[in-house]
Design a protein around this ligand. Structure first.
Ligand SMILES: [Zn+2]
Length: 443
């Protein structure tokens, strides 16, 4: 991070940038941390400087009153999703709350009779990330995925049929509405969608939705991508979605029309129309058309490939599972019905909770539960504020999981190396950690 005049002149580094991150970043915001950053903010303001975080050209923090900064100003480019300054600490509390695991016994209630009457009115595509509040359909998809075998893999990936079967089994354990398990209204094959629509009324009657919930079902399948308000199915047919299509990925990441995603689509009716249709959809990238594990980015696919190689290399010597969590592992309490005002007070007092969703966890089931686990973090960005943030969140994840080990797979540093060398460096360090565990197992 550096500070400079508004035209970029008189530039100088901010030596204690971590203080700015903890005072104004998404993980911070307490009165105490702002006090600790006060001198730095005052100095910058006296020089008529802005802070430049480096996540994107022109993304700034403008000092205000010597104690605060303003990040959303007409003068600032928007901060990148992964930048700690992309989210206000108060908003972070709601984001983390929505990233926490959904209690299996609580129905998702995705289509309430009155409040959701506008669902499906406007066709649009929005990006979801760990910087946005997770929508209900996303909670449903990640709940099924985390409970199934797809987010935890040993050596050898089960067949696609087995992976889908595991998701369908879990659909019996989660609820669309009171007494309506997801499995009773599930269409897990886009090729059978038309049959599902045809039988929709009959199925809905049998399911006996409560009065306050409009009957609805879930489409769950892989798709190739999204284009012009439609899902592009594996056979290249298109299924239009009446309302919002949410896609997990960075705001500026291209929506590839030909990749592999897992989709959860909400099937039902608008209050204003008798037609049964896809009202909205949530789309999350998966590893490949043969491997449904949900991943966040291409970088993670790269990290996973190296992990898979090591799983094979050490099979027979030690069991290694790779788990990709999708929900927050933090344990800072957040009240269920927290209001905006309460969240502001909470942030002021304690700072906002961190988003703690490890990229991967390597598990060694031959050891006491969790003891030998390793967190694997994929470092996909180079800017200093992202790194400052990781310096705080990675130790917090380790602590939340009982002080386990962590390793980073870096896609930017050391700068002088090629990526192949960085990959080797990661692979060798991880191999050393696995060998330590092999030795312990033998002793
Ligand atoms: Zn930024």
């Amino acid at each position: 991070m550096w500070s400079a005049r508004h035209d970029g002149s008189d530039r100088e580094p901010v030596t204690e940038s971590d203080k700015i991150v903890s005072a104004f970043g998404r993980n911070g915001g307490s009165a105490a941390s702002r006090e600790a950053a006060k001198a730095i903010v005052e100095t910058a303001q006296n020089k008529n400087h802005w802070f430049f975080c480096g996540c994107r050209k022109g993304a700034i923090l403008a000092p205000v009153n010597g104690t605060h900064v303003r990040r959303k100003t007409p003068n600032s480019a928007p901060h990148q999703d992964d930048c700690p300054f992309a989210v206000e600490p108060t908003e972070q509390i709601f984001i983390v709350k929505n990233l926490r695991p959904h209690p299996a016994a609580t129905p998702f209630s995705l289509l309430r009779e009155h409040t959701a009457s506008h669902a499906g009115d406007v066709s649009r595509i929005v990006k979801e990330s760990h910087s946005t509040r997770r929508p209900g359909l996303a909670k449903l998809l990640v709940s099924l995925a985390e409970a199934s075998t797809i987010q935890r893999q040993g050596v050898g990936i089960p067949t696609l049929g087995e992976q889908f079967e595991s998701l369908r089994v879990q659909a019996r354990n989660f609820w669309l509405a009171r007494n309506v398990p997801v499995s009773t209204m599930l269409c897990s094959d886009t090729r059978r969608y038309d049959d599902f629509i045809r039988d929709f009324d009959q199925k809905s009657r049998r399911a006996q939705f409560p009065d306050n919930i409009r009957p609805h079902g879930i489409l769950l399948d892989t798709i190739k991508g999204v284009s012009e308000g439609s899902l592009i199915c594996n056979d290249n047919s298109r299924r239009p979605v009446r309302g919002t299509i949410s896609i997990f990925g960075r705001g500026d990441a291209p929506v590839k029309p030909w990749s592999t995603y897992l989709v959860a689509g909400l099937i039902g009716r608008l209050s204003s129309s008798p037609e049964t249709c896809l009202l909205r959809a949530y789309v999350h990238p998966c590893v490949s058309s043969r491997n449904l594990m949900l991943v966040d980015s291409n970088y993670e696919r790269g990290t996973l490939k190296i992990i898979h190689n090591l799983q094979v290399e050490y099979s027979g010597l030690i069991d290694v599972n790779v788990r990709k969590p999708l929900t927050d592992i933090g344990n800072q309490q957040i009240c269920d019905n927290i209001s905006d005002e309460d969240a502001a007070v909470e942030a002021e007092r304690h700072g906002a909770p961190k988003v703690l969703v490890p990229d991967f966890i390597l598990e060694f089931p031959q050891f006491a539960k969790g003891k030998a686990d390793i967190i694997v973090e994929t470092l996909g960005f180079s800017w200093p504020s992202y790194r400052d943030d990781k310096d705080v969140t990675i130790p917090a994840m380790q602590a939340a999981l009982g002080g386990i080990a962590a390793i980073e797979h870096d896609f930017h540093f050391p700068q002088k190396e090629h990526q192949a060398q960085r990959n080797d460096r990661f692979e060798n360090r991880l191999r050393t950690m696995i060998e330590e565990r092999v030795r312990k197992l033998r002793s």
